[in-house]
Design a protein around this ligand. Sequence first.
Ligand code: DAH
Length: 357
Amino acid sequence: MSTYSLHDLDQIVIDSLASVDALGTTEEFRERENELEGKRSPFAILQKTLGSLDADGRREAGARLQNARAAVRSALDAKWIVLAKAERDATLERDRLDLGDTVVSAITWPAEAGHSGLVASTQRSLEDVFVGMGFTVADGPEVETDWYNFEALNIPPAHPARGMWDTFYVELGEPETVLLRTHTSPTQIHLMEHAVATNSLPIHSVMPGRCFRRDTPDARHLATFHQIEGLVVDRGISFADLAGVIETFTRAYFGPDIESRLRPAYFPFTEPSAEFEITCTICRGDGCRTCSQTGWIELGGCGMIDPAVFEAVGIDAGEWSGFAFGFGIDRCAQMRHQIADMRALIENDVRFLRQFA
Ligand code: DAH
């Protein structure tokens, strides 16, 4: 056992305080604390020597020893605060979630730029084709009166042809029946009225827009869908001009290997009327579920403007003639991109949308 003398007490305290000051970790601290305060510490050993002193000497030496122990204790307490804090800070630093560039990019998705939906971009490409052919682009209201959607288009109330369009009515009857347009054809009426009012015939326009029908959606139909309407009113316009425009459009938009055909049909606002079909691009004409095994897909209708329509808007059918057509924009997107089920266009599944960025 080491021997200590009370004469060395001051030096022992100085050495003890220096050793406490030099501690670097809480682990070293615990060891040193034990050495300085345990049974084998210099102070405990010196304590045992007090018995050999007289009463005064014992009291005096006892007081010095107590002060020495108190000085060491407070040095230990102060050091503990520093060491424990340093270790806690180190742990926090190590465990901290680094929200800087590297870690964040590893736990989040990179920002993706948005883009137009397929229907919007299809509408724009269709407009481009028609603008290239000399047409202007016009817009019309989605909420219409019965007169624009039906009557002016030669479909009087109770006419059986109304059954061709399952209509969403907003307001029935007085003073006017208001409805969601079932096709873009009413915009023809707005355009012709405007041209008459401003004395600005002829008209060569296309009118894209959203339409609504009380239909149950299926692979080829949506209740909210888009059409593009075409209208030409000029002098000396014939059915050959109409057929030429349809054919030119089909090749320009779908490519030279897709055929178009016109089949006799009936629409109240055109006479004669035709249905405009193209080769089904899903099966290339072989027949599939999408084209009901016919190999053809109906895009829309067309025909020469019926004199009754000219009369409704005040255009002299003796001087002017014209044709009109209307077909589905969604259907064009479906055929151009071989989308078997049109409902994909409105489901907003990002895996579908991303393909058309
Ligand atoms: N509006 C008709 C429909 O939605 C399509 C149509 C047929 C438009 C003949 C026309 C046309 O302009 O002349 O079913």
